[in-house]
Design a protein around this ligand. Structure first.
Ligand code: KG4
Ligand code: ZN
Length: 355
């Protein structure tokens, strides 16, 4: 069955057609990055307006790219939350209208659950070589969802059953990347730029903290690292002095990235060890990070690591259409009363799946 997925939780308007939760027929994305670049971050009012303008063309493009028409679509999936309310509303209300007029089932997907599904789409077999639709072969795994809006460690105990172990207490890791990049004039989004700069610098140049790395539990905190980075910039003569010094920028980025990676890898390692698991899925925009990918391979040699194809790391609708598939099969459908929910919890997912 073909599922049309719709994602509009932040600054990408996206639509995709995915077959049986696996095969990606199209993955259309209208990015608003240039609109928000001027402001160094996402401006909610501008974002919702841009979603309204893009939603119909992007759905048409997803259908055209997949070479199908609405008559071929068997179900509609949309991101219900978390995200910016004005943005979520555009996708959810559009999906509800389309499902009602076409008489199609509607599935609501939690955005982080969508990210956690992303390693399992767009490839014949999943990243650990097993068939994800074969529930008998399922083996529990730890999921690390790291993006501009989220930093969560979850355990997947059964297919589609995600339990949150830890979350960030303040900034998400991608948000910290974006903020430190803005501070030293690197542009938006900062993550990919800092990643590139970090490869040219010395990760031991500045001694930045690794917040909560050995603390009990699995929560994160990245705001202290961001503040320590800002203090180091001040010590080096302030942002304006740093901006003109390419070697200094590379060293600062490398030192920041080393600290962020240490925290992410150690927390994931602890979750794997405590639960005696050998599988780790790393998802979200920050899962694109080359330094992180290299560190995971090097420091977790005996762990099977599932990473999404880079195209499915940042926000997209293919992961939403994919994650909808098991929900659809279990009959977890939504109706006309479905409401966009800006602070939708991953932990609450089971209770709203039938709603
Ligand atoms: O998943 P995503 O598109 O949106 C959210 O759900 O938040 O993630 C976007 C975030 C941004 O903060 C961006 O800076 C970060 O992912 N990001 C990266 C990299 N590529 C994107 N962070 C670090 N390294 C990268 N290569
Ligand atoms: Zn996201």
């Amino acid at each position: 069955m073909l599922v049309l997925g719709i994602e509009s939780s932040c600054d990408e308007t996206a639509a995709a057609v995915v077959e049986d939760g696996r095969r990606v027929l199209s993955n259309a994305i209208a990015s608003q990055t240039p609109l928000h670049q001027l402001h160094g971050g996402v401006v909610p009012e501008i974002a919702s307006r841009a979603h309204l303008e893009a939603i119909i063309p992007i759905v048409e493009q997803a259908l055209a790219d997949a070479r199908v028409s609405m008559d071929d679509i068997g179900a509609i999936a949309a991101t219900r939350g978390p995200g910016l309310i004005g943005c979520l509303l555009v996708g959810v209300e559009f999906a509800k209208g389309l499902a009602a007029t076409r008489g199609l089932p509607l599935v609501a997907v939690q955005h982080v659950a969508g990210h956690l599904y992303s390693p399992f789409i767009g490839r014949e077999r999943d990243a650990w070589g097993t068939d994800v639709t074969q529930h008998a072969e399922f083996e529990p795994y730890i999921g690390l969802a790291i993006s501009g809006g989220h930093s969560s460690i979850v355990i997947a105990e059964a297919p589609n059953q995600l339990r949150v172990l830890g979350e960030t207490l303040d900034d998400a890791v991608g948000e910290a990347y974006d903020k430190i990049a803005k501070l030293i004039g690197l542009g938006y989004p900062g993550g990919p730029i800092v990643d590139r700069e970090a490869a040219l610098g010395n990760p031991a140049a500045f001694d930045l903290p690794r917040p909560m790395i050995h603390r009990a539990g699995y929560d994160f905190s990245f705001s202290g690292l961001k503040t320590a980075f800002a203090r180091e910039v001040e010590r080096q003569g302030g942002a304006d002095a740093v901006k003109g010094n390419t070697a200094m920028i590379a060293d600062l980025c490398a030192s920041f990235q080393a600290a962020a990676i240490d925290v992410l890898v150690e927390r994931a390692k602890k979750a794997l060890r405590d639960h005696r698991l050998r599988r780790l899925a790393v998802v979200g925009g920050v899962a694109c990070n080359r330094g992180l990918r290299a560190a995971l391979a090097e420091r977790l040699p005996r762990i099977q690591i599932a990473l999404p194809h880079p195209e499915f790391c940042t926000d997209n609708a293919a992961m939403i259409a994919g994650a909808a598939w098991p929900l659809l099969q279990s009959g977890a459908l939504s109706g006309p009363r479905l409401a966009a929910t800006p602070s939708l919890d991953l932990a609450a997912m089971e209770s709203w799946q039938g709603g």
